[in-house]
Design a protein around this ligand. Structure first.
Ligand SMILES: C[S@@+](CC[C@H](N)C(=O)[O-])C[C@H]1O[C@@H](n2cnc3c(N)ncnc32)[C@H](O)[C@@H]1O
Length: 227
């Protein structure tokens, strides 16, 4: 029997819930990038930070060098100025525990010709290496950008790769936005806490999640808190 997990979303300022946030295994930090300096230091088992190159240092000043940096590449980039390259990537810094990286796309397993070796004086025949077909997460992940319910949200496929890579038993998402992480946690039956300060965004997300939940075999206990 699948055990019921808690799925909770709160409409409030996440900075008031520092004590609750620390109880979750994976903390996903996706604040507006220019507000990174307002985010306090947390000590969760795994911390995943979304940022861009301008604000990256604010994170490394707090947490140091990440265990892994993943680049999210999107072809539909942003024009910033005539004197600047079009921005087509953001940075994802990961700290703490991760699981195995057999996620994402399956590797191409084209046979590779190896050199003709020899044993003593005997020349060997032409040798071919057949790599095993397996999934392997890439350090650059390419997914198009995604606007949902008025928020620039992360693509679901990108978050899916990251959740599979980290494989957490509970997730806190204090800058919930459009609830992409929430959706995946509901699908995977993971304990979840989402917090969103903006009332309009919160209500849109709540609405969207309700529609999704109606189609799911729901094993999570739901709590929606309007504070
Ligand atoms: C970059 S968006 C997050 C997008 C989200 N990861 C998604 O994929 O939809 C940042 C969100 O954090 C919210 N926010 C900003 N400051 C906050 C705070 N102190 N507490 C809770 N939410 C906050 C904003 O309203 C915005 O919706």
């Amino acid at each position: 029997m699948n055990k019921k997990k808690l799925f909770k979303i709160i409409n409030n300022d996440c900075l008031k819930f520092k004590d609750k946030i620390k109880d979750y295994e994976l903390l996903i930090l996706d604040p507006p990038f220019d507000q990174w300096d307002k985010v306090p230091k947390f000590c969760n088992k795994t911390i995943l930070c979304f940022t861009n190159f301008q604000n990256r240092e604010k994170i490394t000043d707090i947490y140091g060098t990440p265990k892994i940096e993943i680049i999210w590449h999107f072809k539909d980039g942003r024009w910033v100025s005539h004197n600047f390259p079009r921005l087509t990537h953001e940075n994802i810094l990961i700290y703490g525990k991760t699981d195995n990286a057999f996620v994402g796309e399956t590797n191409i397993n084209t046979p590779i010709k190896k050199g003709k070796g020899h044993i003593g004086k005997t020349k060997m025949q032409e040798r071919i290496y057949y790599p095993k077909e397996k999934k392997q997460l890439n350090s650059v992940l390419e997914y198009p950008r995604n606007v949902q319910t008025g928020v620039w949200s992360k693509p679901k496929a990108l978050i899916n790769d990251l959740i599979n890579f980290i494989n957490p038993s509970s997730v806190c998402d204090p800058f919930m936005g459009s609830g992409v992480v929430a959706e995946l946690c509901a699908e995977y039956n993971i304990n979840y806490l989402g917090i969103e300060k903006d009332k309009t965004i919160f209500l849109n997300t709540e609405n969207k999640l309700n529609k999704i939940f109606n189609q799911l075999d729901f094993f999570l206990e739901k709590q929606y808190v309007h504070e």
